[in-house]
Write a protein that binds this ligand. Structure first.
Ligand SMILES: Cc1cc2nc3c(=O)[nH]c(=O)nc-3n(C[C@H](O)[C@H](O)[C@H](O)COP(=O)(O)O)c2cc1C
Length: 339
């Protein structure tokens, strides 16, 4: 596969490859870990509601490490003034992008009148984005679905994008499936409604001036590269989390920049971060839980996963657990070779 095709869109777009916002998963430790595998991938926070940004514990909710840049803050909300205030706080803290969640289908989010149900209120989304755009200088972007429930995606997606574009938004990340707001759990809503990649490609073709990134069901880097022939960016969620090794080839293959990073190298470069956080009292397991899939598909992967799962949760667990897990992986790999 060619590293970068001749027809590729501008390389400058930070979100040409990104890791999706994922609640409970892409916390600061996860992002710092992903950063060891790619210097260039754009990393997203979990969604943080405006209420939490404005009234919550900011260090806990919004604190991050400088190594995470470029890092985008995803907000959940639908009150323009609150979103503007939250976005300003995010920008002041140094986030590189402010993103609005127009894709989450959970009941909690629906009752708060934000997330995916905003696909039904494109004027309000545009108003929110205008307010965010006026409040910050960093890019203000939208992550949306193609529609909800019985909406016609042709209409719902293009209407939302056009109204937001009028309000000054030029970058959209589209999860290429509908959300069904009644009857499906958030988990089912990530798998059951069918994917419609061609619609997102068409959005890019018909709105060439806009920057369009595609998301949903992209399993690996070769598949991501295929999407990049049609759109400006690709966002991986579950594949990046469960098989983080895919991130190791992003810099050379997507950005034409630098060498691929292997999983062993990633472990080594995560160590200084682990040490710093351990010294601050962060439990090892809070960080190593994001590394369980690092050796997925390689000999010894199960031993690595098992050792980290069992040992990292012990009180006072430190970096020696990493050494033990690497040793267990090596022994398992050798015994497999010998068999
Ligand atoms: C555990 C989990 C939590 C998620 N939380 C968020 C979130 O906070 N905000 C958001 O926009 N999407 C969220 N998503 C959806 C992902 O960002 C992404 O759109 C979806 O998983 C489809 O991409 P994928 O097939 O590459 O995983 C979440 C997904 C998962 C698996």
């Amino acid at each position: 596969m060619d590293a970068v095709s001749d027809t590729a869109p501008p390389q400058a777009f930070t979100g040409r490859f990104s890791v999706a916002p994922m609640m409970d998963w892409t916390d600061r430790h996860c992002r710092a870990f992903h950063r060891t595998l790619s210097r260039r991938a754009l990393l997203y926070t979990e969604m943080v509601t405006t209420g939490a940004v404005l009234h919550g514990d900011r260090e806990r909710l919004l604190g991050y490490d400088a190594v995470e840049h470029p890092v985008a803050l995803q907000l959940g909300g639908s009150d323009p003034a609150e979103l503007a205030a939250a976005a300003r706080i995010g920008e002041d803290l140094g986030y590189d992008e402010i993103n609005l969640n127009v894709g989450c289908p959970s009941d909690r989010v629906q009752s708060g009148r934000f997330g995916a149900c905003l696909m039904r209120e494109p004027d309000l989304v545009a108003e929110c984005m205008a307010a965010i755009g006026a409040a910050v200088k960093v890019p203000a972007t939208v992550k949306c679905r193609i529609g909800v429930d019985d909406q016609d995606p042709e209409e719902s997606l293009f209407t939302l994008v056009d109204l937001c574009a009028k309000a000054g938004v030029d970058t959209f990340i589209v999860h290429a499936r509908k959300a069904w707001l009644k009857g499906l759990s958030p988990k089912e809503n990530r798998d059951v409604p069918p994917l419609d990649y061609p619609l997102v490609y068409r959005l890019k073709a018909e709105r060439p001036g806009l920057t369009i990134a595609i998301n949903g069901g992209v399993p690996d880097l070769p598949a991501a590269m295929e999407h990049l022939a049609h759109v400006d960016g690709v966002m991986l969620g579950r594949a990046a989390y469960h098989t983080p090794e895919v991130l190791g080839a992003v810099d050379p293959q997507v950005f034409g920049d630098g060498e691929a990073v292997g999983p062993f190298e990633a472990v080594e470069s995560y160590r200084p971060y682990l040490s710093r956080r351990l010294a601050e009292g962060v439990p090892l397991a809070a960080m190593t839980r994001h590394m369980l899939g690092l050796f997925h598909g390689r000999p010894g992967a199960r031993a690595w996963r098992r050792l980290l799962t069992v040992e990292a949760i012990r009180k006072g667990a430190g970096l020696e657990v990493i050494d033990q897990a690497l040793a267990a992986l090596e022994i398992a790999a050798r015994s497999r070779e010998a068999a």
